[in-house]
Design a protein around this ligand. Structure first.
Ligand SMILES: [Zn+2]
Ligand SMILES: [Zn+2]
Length: 276
């Protein structure tokens, strides 16, 4: 399968912000590669030698909040002995499956926020590598990775899309191609941070469009965090409307009731994970 480049937007004039953003992303990516290739890297968390996977020492990697038994459809943790998923019984997502490597709690929440808001692009490699490792053989059912897109103006401001950076790492580690540019935002939306579940759904409803080249494919839809699932749900609907055969959501971390409480303690007001 061929690797698609950024969707051409010839109808839109190049803006200085976009040009700056592209340079910033390229510079940050290069820096992350250079740092990642240096010998004897310290652990991302404790600065001991990173003798474990993906930039962590073995002890820190073991201590990460790995996701426990979860619903295969929405990735919400299931209590021991549960026969069904309470979340899916309330509202079945449009995507056919979801997988999260971690619960969205310390220190993964901190790493995601550094990646997302502070330009620590190296964390897309750390977290993407662990996501690929946790997913194991599941990726065999995926035809290609599609990142949840940011609106072009937000991406230009930030300089990169963290979901795209994680998807790059998944593509590099799973032998499944990156299908960038096949899903995009048709309109800008408010940030999902601070919105309730119903507002989040309304905010992103119909916000995405997908290229017909996804027709017949099993898509791995990649994002950093799954909160209510409304962003992934709207993105999956667009992919399905364009003919995707199956959409499986892959995220670094899942916000559950437990991690939500933990997040609220650690997150300053007005700053949440920002996606839905
Ligand atoms: Zn460590
Ligand atoms: Zn579920």
């Amino acid at each position: 399968m061929r690797q698609y480049s950024e969707r051409p937007r010839s109808c839109q004039p190049a803006r200085p912000g976009k040009v700056y953003g592209a340079w910033r992303a390229a510079a940050l990516r290069l820096l992350a590669r250079v740092v990642g290739s240096l010998p004897a890297q310290p652990c991302v968390l404790c600065l001991d030698p990173a003798d474990g996977p993906a930039g962590f020492c073995a002890a820190c990697a073991l201590d990460l909040p790995w996701a426990s038994a979860a619903c295969g459809r929405c990735a919400m943790p299931l209590p021991a002995g549960a026969t069904g998923c309470g979340s899916c019984s309330l509202r079945m997502p449009s995507y056919q499956a979801a997988f999260a490597a971690f619960d969205y709690s310390f220190p993964v929440d901190q790493l995601v926020r550094r990646l997302k808001y502070h330009g620590h692009l190296a964390h897309s490699r750390n977290l993407g590598a662990l996501l690929a490792q946790a997913g194991g053989g599941r990726s065999a059912g995926i035809d290609g990775w599609v990142p949840v897109p940011l609106h072009r103006e937000r991406e230009a401001r930030r300089g990169y899309n963290q979901a795209l950076e994680i998807a790059r790492e998944l593509a590099a580690r799973t032998d499944r191609p990156l299908l960038d540019g096949l899903l995009w935002r048709a309109r800008a939306t408010r940030t999902q941070a601070g919105l309730g579940a119903i507002e989040r759904r309304a905010n992103v409803q119909g916000a995405f469009r997908a290229d017909p080249r996804v027709k017949g494919l099993s898509i791995g839809l990649v994002d950093d965090v799954l909160t209510t699932g409304s962003t992934a749900d709207a993105a999956a609907r667009a992919l399905q409307a364009a003919g995707a055969r199956r959409v499986e959501v892959w995220v670094v971390a899942r916000v559950s009731g437990r991690s939500g409480r933990a997040r609220d303690r650690r997150t300053p007001p007005g700053r949440s994970n920002g996606r839905g």
